[in-house]
Design a protein around this ligand. Structure first.
Ligand SMILES: [Zn+2]
Length: 442
């Protein structure tokens, strides 16, 4: 009650705020008007893109894994007419369809700009969309991305797969694609650290892991990312170091671990990486939504399986960024952001849902922990014609429209003033994410 009184008083005293009465259950007829007034102001807010995969289609470093052939949800298919609008806006695409003959024009136009603009190519795309700076979540950074505009988040999953993965690969056709790529990534880290084969002891393995994180940070990385739910259940037990060391000793030189042994080893190493993320101030980004491919296990990959990690006081100095907001459980998952070190990122949600629906999810987020939510485009080069460029456009336009619509309804229903709504918009599009990195991004 005392807290309520104090906040009521501070509400009354806030300068420049119009008085707001009791909130109303229905938005008024002025929603459209408010939306039209707000949108140009929200378009003016420079974005920090908290999750994206910028790069060219023929660049294999865009991700540490690859998309297996599988079904795509309706809006993510190549025939989405919104992608034509994106190509028109970004490249002046002169056609109204994406026929093979016409997309040739687009592919050639991009190749020409790529040649003439060099490192400016992707910065130009950011400029067109008013993105000030953005994350490049990539296997390795690309020399064609300007480091002033793109900051690196690398992948940490591969440290979980050092043994003979014959059994892990055979679980389903998707793992047959994913796991060899994890092996490849691990070998790249080993090469980076000057290691020809797995270290003989577990403590030497863990120092190799730490050295990799530290060296990546020196190269400019601002965070480490896991997409672990693609490869195994997201439930992590709490084994001792001795348990993990025994398994390492048994299999480092060869042999196929049982599933239980592998999981126990991985549970320890995952927790180790989370702890190191805290020590190094390297926020931990975690894929927390449904995934691509036909075999992604939704119940085992469910964001709530991470709850024991997120709520563990031992990791209170680690910052967690839950990528894709736990979608399709985002409306419940926002409550995980109650923990002061847990943030929810809406990337991919704005691509999976049309703005009319994304607006509803965003509104619940804005009404619950508006200071803990961040924007990400999750752009990705899908094919030669439909690239990261078009998905940047789709992500940014969808999110700005949905954000404006959500705030317009909140203003109309007397939940927030227009001034406060614009503050919330800046927080979501820019300020909340930037504050996580202590001056390393802007
Ligand atoms: Zn992504």
């Amino acid at each position: 009650m005392r807290t309520l009184l104090v906040s009521l008083i501070s509400c009354v005293l806030l300068p420049g705020e119009a008085a707001i009465g009791q909130s109303r259950p229905l938005a008024g007829p002025d929603v459209r008007q408010i939306y039209d007034r707000l949108l140009p102001q929200i378009e003016q807010i420079p974005i920090f893109d908290h999750h994206a995969h910028p790069g060219f289609y023929d660049d294999t470093d865009v991700d540490a894994m690859a998309a297996p052939p599988g079904s795509s949800a309706f809006r993510e298919r190549n025939d989405n007419p919104e992608l034509i609008a994106a190509s028109k806006a970004l490249f002046g695409y002169p056609y109204d369809d994406l026929s093979a003959e016409h997309t040739k024009w687009l592919v050639e136009k991009k190749a020409e700009l790529r040649k003439s603009r060099g490192v400016g190519y992707f910065s130009d795309i950011l400029d067109k969309l008013n993105i000030e700076q953005g994350v490049a979540n990539r296997a390795m950074m690309a020399d064609y991305l300007d480091p002033k505009r793109f900051v690196w988040v690398f992948f940490s999953d591969s440290f979980l797969w050092p043994f003979d993965n014959t059994k892990e690969r055979a679980r389903n056709p998707d793992e047959e694609v994913y796991i060899p790529l994890q092996e490849k990534m691990l070998h790249r880290w080993m090469k980076q650290e000057g290691i020809a084969k797995l270290p003989p002891t577990f403590s030497a393995y863990l120092s190799f892991v730490t050295r990799t994180l530290e060296d990546n940070q020196k190269k400019g990385a601002i965070g480490e990312k896991f997409e672990v739910a693609y490869f195994r259940p997201a439930t992590f037990s709490d084994p001792s170091r001795e348990q993990a060391a025994t398994i390492y000793k048994k299999y480092a030189a060869g042999g196929v671990p049982t599933e239980q042994e592998y999981r126990t080893f991985q549970d320890y190493v995952f927790r180790y990486l989370v702890r190191e993320g805290g020590r190094l101030q390297l926020p931990v980004h975690i894929h927390s939504a449904v995934g691509i491919g036909d075999y992604f296990n939704i119940s085992q990959g469910n964001i709530f399986n991470f709850e024991n990690i997120l709520r563990d006081p031992r990791y209170s100095t680690t910052t967690f960024v839950m990528l894709h907001g736990g979608y399709p459980y985002e409306r419940q998952a926002i409550w995980l952001a109650a923990a002061k070190n847990v943030y929810m990122d809406s990337s991919f949600m704005e691509l999976a849902m049309y703005p009319a629906e994304f607006k509803e999810s965003l509104k619940i987020w804005l009404e619950t922990f508006p200071d803990k939510i961040t924007f990400g485009s999750d752009c990705f080069p899908y094919n030669a014609a439909l690239g990261a460029e078009e998905s940047y456009w789709l992500g940014v336009h969808s999110a700005r429209a949905a954000l404006t619509a959500a705030l317009a309804e909140m203003i109309s229903a007397d939940e927030v003033s227009e001034g406060r709504a614009l503050e919330l918009a800046r927080a979501y599009l820019h300020d909340n994410a930037v504050a996580i990195y202590h001056g390393k991004v802007h």
